[in-house]
Design a protein around this ligand. Structure first.
Ligand code: ASP
Length: 442
């Protein structure tokens, strides 16, 4: 058998306490191909709990304001102490916390402080598993502007990791040429995992969390939604963009470029297969035409009418220029014979609405311009949904049968994605209706 190489990233809830560390040890022992382990900082153990990263950021804010940060450091130390006591590990946590306190007193740095959760977790995990600790300050490279240097990171990570038999890497941060620590956005340990997987040319990137994969619909709206067994990178990006959050989108991007499959797994239920995200479905696997449904509330539709918009006079291009000048992003734009429909997030539109309309009137001299607020946009995702166009038609039919007004529809020529605008007050109904339809196709 050819040797497979797996990078396994464990999120905040998976390292929240000693019991979770033990589960990771079993998972890692279960498969020697899991050579490189990436960890987040301890997350919440129960809903009212605080994440270690949040405590660290609070400590930084207080330190920067010249206030006492003792309370936060005491809580952070207690979190790590509980893990160390539970696992019976000797680790100089007092010294580490004292070092952090010193840096906060003398020269408080936001990113350095925020990164200490992952740093300490990875050091403790490495000791617990008997693996080598890898500090990403050595191999996740940022440039002088604080931007990730992809090429350099890839080379340096590869050179640092591949000679090691097994290693634990701290997620979420890296450093620039002069050693200043930079963090990714919140949730960025996923990115570290993906960078490591790409750098070592992993066969699989496992992302261990506290759910058994991606849900086909938002569990706050649909009771016990099904998890999706397989989906493509594009489907995942659409669902994430529209509100489903499990993986950081930048992490998906780099893994998809290298075609490394991502497997979302549950640390608390390691026997569940989870969701497999890859470019193409394996042969013989049949798939529901609707992979998932997600959406966003708070959308506005601008309708601009002018006879023969599409006659080549550049009307649409001018319209898009107006939006671009204002850096106003739009969700989608549909051009008809005599009209343009734009869907824009209401919160972004709010502050510039009057101005924008004034400019559209002045520059484009439309016959009519109208605005409708309080809409939600729903994405029905399924790479096959438009191939068997029947599924899309039936989704719309179901909504109509349930008396849900369909305000806009966008179905591109690509295979993916039906975007439907529905009144905000029917958002939850619409999601449930589409989910029920999905299940009826299973
Ligand atoms: N610890 C960081 C956060 O809470 C990064 C991560 O967990 O991925 O955002």
């Amino acid at each position: 058998m050819s040797e497979h190489l797996v990078v396994a990233k464990f999120g905040g809830t998976s390292v929240a306490d000693a019991a979770q560390f033990r589960k990771i040890k079993e998972i890692v022992a279960d498969n020697p191909q899991r050579r490189f382990i990436v960890v987040s900082a301890p997350g919440k153990r129960y809903p009212e709990d605080r994440k270690v990263t949040d405590l660290l950021l609070d400590a930084y804010v207080k330190a920067a304001a010249g206030e006492s940060f003792q309370e936060e450091l005491t809580r952070i130390k207690a979190r790590f102490q509980e893990i160390l006591t539970g696992l019976e590990i000797h680790f100089p946590i007092d010294d580490e916390i004292e070092h952090l306190a010193y840096s906060l007193r003398t020269d408080p740095q936001r990113d350095y402080t925020a990164s200490r959760g992952e740093y300490l977790t990875a050091k403790i995990m490495a000791k617990y598993l008997g693996f080598t600790f890898v500090d990403p300050a050595w191999c996740v490279c940022f440039d002088e502007n604080g931007q990730l240097d992809m090429a350099m990171t890839s080379r340096t990570m590869r050179a640092s990791l591949l000679p090691l038999q097994r290693a634990v890497i701290a997620g979420f941060y890296g450093a620039d040429m002069i050693g200043v620590i930079h963090t990714f956005e919140r949730g960025g340990s996923d990115i570290t995992g993906s960078l490591a997987a790409c750098a070592v040319g992993a066969d699989l990137y496992e992302n261990w969390t506290d759910v058994s994969g991606l849900y086909a619909a938002d569990p706050r709206i649909v009771e016990n939604p099904a998890t999706v067994s397989y989906m493509s990178y594009r489907e995942l990006r659409t669902l994430s963009y529209m509100g489903a959050s499990v993986l950081h989108s930048d992490a998906v991007l780099s893994a998809s470029e290298m075609e490394i499959p991502i497997n979302i797994r549950n640390t608390n239920r390691p026997d569940d297969a989870g969701t497999m995200i890859m470019r193409h479905l394996p042969h013989g696997v049949s798939k529901n035409p609707v992979t998932g449904v997600s959406g966003r509330k708070g959308m506005s539709v601008i309708q601009i009418e002018k006879v023969m918009v599409s006659d080549g006079s550049g009307f649409s291009a001018l319209m898009l220029d107006i939006l671009k000048e204002r850096s106003l992003p739009f969700e989608y734009c549909l051009t008809g014979i005599d009209s343009i429909t734009l869907v824009i997030r209401s919160d972004l539109l709010e502050s510039c609405k009057d101005d924008l309309f004034e400019e559209i009137r002045r520059t484009l001299n439309p016959d009519f311009i109208g605005l409708r607020d309080n809409l939600s946009l729903i994405a029905v995702t399924g790479e096959k949904a438009t191939e068997s166009s029947d599924a899309n038609v039936r989704v719309l039919q179901k909504l109509t049968e349930h008396g849900i007004e369909i305000s806009t529809i966008n179905q591109g020529a690509g295979k993916l994605n039906l975007l439907i605008g529905v009144p905000q007050e029917r958002y939850e109904d619409a999601i449930r209706t589409i989910y029920e339809f999905r299940q009826s196709m299973a």
